[in-house]
Ligand binder design. Structure first.
Ligand SMILES: Cc1cc2nc3c(=O)[nH]c(=O)nc-3n(C[C@H](O)[C@H](O)[C@H](O)COP(=O)(O)OP(=O)(O)OC[C@H]3O[C@@H](n4cnc5c(N)ncnc54)[C@H](O)[C@@H]3O)c2cc1C
Length: 423
């Protein structure tokens, strides 16, 4: 008698979820159902390049359905999971209910304002394509408005970009906005000099890139400053108002404030009744299983994996990908009544780019900075892009931007309307 196929439901087809799907693909022991509220897999590390008009959305995203075309046992459904009944082993989404034998929660994270919910409407976050396009629109629009005003003093707050959070995303955005305004678009305006644009990067802690060595952190600060970025460390944000950012000793007036200061567990993680930490990340054991249910696994940014560690594993894509492959193997072994050793993270290192020809990278005791760091960064970010077409289009855009000092995706999608005609 043939054994009934076990059903694995995966919530989220991001970095972690996709690895579960790939590892169980075309294995007839399993029926795999992946549910995602986005129809595409997104390469988040390059989101900042969409936000600063270097790349187009389609360069860094790929329809999930097209990745799984040849995985006959995999079904993709486009929906937002809103509830899970762990007793009945049911997942609820878009008026559907699906049963599971094994559940993998890979729902990622969302932007966190550390309880200051009113700051959300005054800033722009960077977590998905919609966010990146909103930042791109705001930056391009502010230059157009400044050109209309035609007077730097009056357009000052339009031409001042403030980024809060000195981690890799904040550093990459600051470097890229400085490059866009000081170099790339400078010759395109007649009434304003976009080279007078101010970019301020604010970090609450004592240094940029907290996870890096002091040497890499100092190098990053110095390189950003040489590109015209004002770097403020030890500067916790007290408040954010309609006119700007309030610090202990001053207020920085700006019409564009980007929040890159933190993330917390997804909306779904917030709702469900599993053991969680303060940031709504679900606590897991050494096998990436929730502490509450043996058939529920949680991976990537949604999880707090801290077993035998001094602090939880970081919210980076290698953690999610390795945990995805591990959980698939764990489930396969379970079906064979085989034991699986506990999850071990293999740390491949950390990197962040500052701008053209400058990046920092650390692999254990090996440290790269400047051009070699940048070449390493380019290579890694091309290799890990999903899909040949995306790798090629990204490479072509990079080579073109590098050689011509231009950015190809400077589109504002909506038409402007004249308020005096409409009112
Ligand atoms: C701007 C930015 C830059 C980054 N740069 C780097 C970097 O340089 N290097 C690095 O290693 N990491 C980087 N990261 C972090 C990295 O992207 C994450 O660690 C990684 O994406 C985590 O993978 P995941 O599978 O846990 O979640 P994700 O990849 O975020 O996937 C989660 C998926 O779940 C889906 N989902 C969420 N809720 C639901 C729901 N209720 N129902 C259905 N679907 C749902 C989402 O649509 C999404 O597709 C960056 C992140 C950001 C935002």
């Amino acid at each position: 008698m043939t054994k009934a196929r076990k059903k694995v439901v995966v919530i989220g087809a991001g970095f972690g979820g996709l690895q579960v799907i790939k590892s169980l693909a075309n294995n007839n022991q399993f029926e795999v159902l992946a549910i995602d509220k986005k129809n595409h897999h997104l390469f988040q590390p390059l989101l900042y390049q969409v936000a600063t008009a270097v790349l187009s959305p389609a360069d860094i995203a790929i329809p999930t359905r097209s990745i799984t075309t040849n995985y006959k046992n995999v079904k993709i459904l486009y929906g937002e999971v809103t509830d899970i009944d762990f007793q009945k082993k049911e997942v609820k989404f878009q008026n559907n209910i699906e049963k599971y034998d094994y559940l993998v929660i890979a729902s990622g994270a969302k932007t966190s304002y550390f309880g200051n919910t009113n700051w959300e409407s005054k800033t722009l976050g960077l977590k998905n394509l919609k966010d990146a396009l909103a930042i791109r629109r705001q930056i391009l629009l502010s230059f157009e408005q400044a050109e209309l005003i035609g007077d730097y003093e009056k357009a000052k707050s339009l031409m001042h970009y403030v980024i809060i959070g000195g981690g890799p995303t904040g550093v990459e955005l600051a470097g890229s906005i400085a490059e866009l305004s000081h170099n790339i678009i400078r010759k395109d305006f007649r009434n304003i000099d976009s080279g007078m644009t101010k970019v301020t990067l604010i970090e609450a802690g004592p240094k940029l890139l907290n996870a890096f060595s002091d040497l890499s952190s100092q190098f990053t600060k110095q390189k950003l400053e040489s590109r015209g970025v004002e770097v403020l460390t030890n500067s916790p944000v007290i408040d954010i108002t309609d006119s700007g950012v309030v610090l202990k000793d001053r207020t920085i007036e700006s019409k564009t404030i980007i929040w890159a200061a933190g993330v917390e567990g997804s909306e779904l993680a917030k709702k469900i009744t599993l053991n969680k930490d303060k940031a709504n990340r679900i606590l897991v054991d050494e096998f990436c299983r929730s502490l509450d249910y043996q058939d529920v696994f949680v991976i990537g940014d949604a999880a707090n994996f801290s077993k035998n560690l001094s602090r939880p594993l970081p919210g980076v894509s290698p953690v999610a990908m390795q945990q995805g492959r591990y959980v698939a193997k764990f489930i396969l072994n379970l079906e064979k009544n085989k034991k699986t050793a506990s999850f071990q993270y293999f740390d491949k290192g950390i990197m962040a780019t500052i701008g053209r020809t400058d990046a920092v990278a650390e692999f254990g005791s090996i440290r790269l900075k400047g051009l070699f760091g940048w070449l390493g960064w380019l290579f890694v970010h091309l290799v890990y892009q999903v899909g040949f077409k995306n790798k090629m289009s990204t490479l072509i855009s990079w080579v073109w931007s590098y050689l011509t000092f231009r950015a190809g995706s400077r589109l504002i999608q909506e038409e402007v309307t004249d308020p005096s005609v409409r009112s």
